[in-house]
Design a protein around this ligand. Structure first.
Ligand code: ATP
Ligand code: MG
Length: 264
């Protein structure tokens, strides 16, 4: 069977119980089609990282199965790892290596030929806006720079599938937007992507499809537009700035309400 005709990710009833008591995943099933940018959206402790660690062959499920790029994670982990790019929630970089050394090592570990490693490293440093700091130790990088270098490491061997655990956590709004644009470019070039986030606007902007996960279960799954339609209408939060309007607060609220009545 040609593995490339399979779903990029297919999980069936994934369960993970830590230490016999914490049920982090409580039967998770979903599919990701090749080329999709799929999101797992959920609050802290929902089970996102646990799901990702199972898909990336770093953790064994208590029950259930997962196939990634056509291979069972339990029986063919090597095949999965070869085709997978992974950036975890906390970037793990060697503080005493430069950005360039980090990417070259990642390339060599993935068995990319030496000349190709150099070419890919140059390309990725440029793409991620890190060319000017390529010779600096990663220990001197800002959080955002570390994130981008970690993402570049995950891309060096041109993986079929990219898995990113909360890729924009801790970034300032400007870096976040820049990274979104980068992820959109990678996705448009044909790489299948699974990312986790707890930012609704991130899932909405980036993901072709998403699953909302809470307490180890998928609550709802679908295209962002369909989910929004099904769950609720848009909400607009209006804040009235103090001192900018004059009069007392009650009066101001009443005035704003009158103005809005004419609009809605
Ligand atoms: N190694 C572990 N040992 C025991 N319990 C764990 C372990 N890792 C995670 N858990 C528990 O499993 C549950 C899910 O954790 P997980 O890290 O998968 O959530 P998450 O959705 O990634 O959260 P966050 O948004 O905070 O990263 C939590 O209750 C957590 O405390
Ligand atoms: Mg997590």
């Amino acid at each position: 069977m040609d593995p490339h005709s399979d779903p990029a990710i297919e999980t069936e009833g994934l369960v993970k119980v830590y230490g016999g008591e914490t049920r982090a995943l409580d039967g998770i099933s979903f599919q990701v089609t090749p080329g999709e940018l799929f999101g797992l959206l959920g609050p802290n402790g929902a089970g996102k990282t646990t799901a990702i660690r199972i898909l990336a062959t770093l953790l064994r499920p208590t029950a259930g199965t997962a196939r990634v790029v056509g291979f069972d994670v339990a029986t063919r982990p090597q095949e999965v790892r070869r085709r997978l790019g992974l950036a975890m929630q906390t970037p793990t970089l060697d503080a005493f290596s430069t950005g360039r050394e980090t990417l070259e090592l990642a390339g060599r570990l993935h068995g990319v030929p030496a000349t190709e490693v150099r070419r890919r490293t140059d390309e990725l440093l440029e793409l991620m806006g890190l060319a000017s700091v390529a010779k600096k130790l990663t220990g001197t990088y800002s959080g955002g720079m570390k994130r981008r270098l970690d993402l570049a490491s995950a891309l060096v061997h041109q993986p079929e599938l990219l898995i990113l655990d909360e890729p924009t956590e801790g970034l300032d709004p400007q870096s976040r937007t820049a990274l979104w644009e980068e992820l959109e470019r990678i996705s448009a070039s044909g790489t299948t992507m699974l990312l986790t986030t707890h930012y609704m606007e991130e899932a909405d902007r980036l993901c072709t499809r998403l699953a909302i996960i809470d307490n180890g279960r998928i609550v709802v799954e679908g295209r962002a537009a369909d989910l929004k339609r099904a769950i609720a209408a848009d909400t607009v939060v209006l804040q009235i700035e103090p001192h900018s309007y004059g009069g007392n607060d009650d009066g101001r609220v009443a005035d704003v309400r009158r103005l809005l009545e004419g609009m809605v």
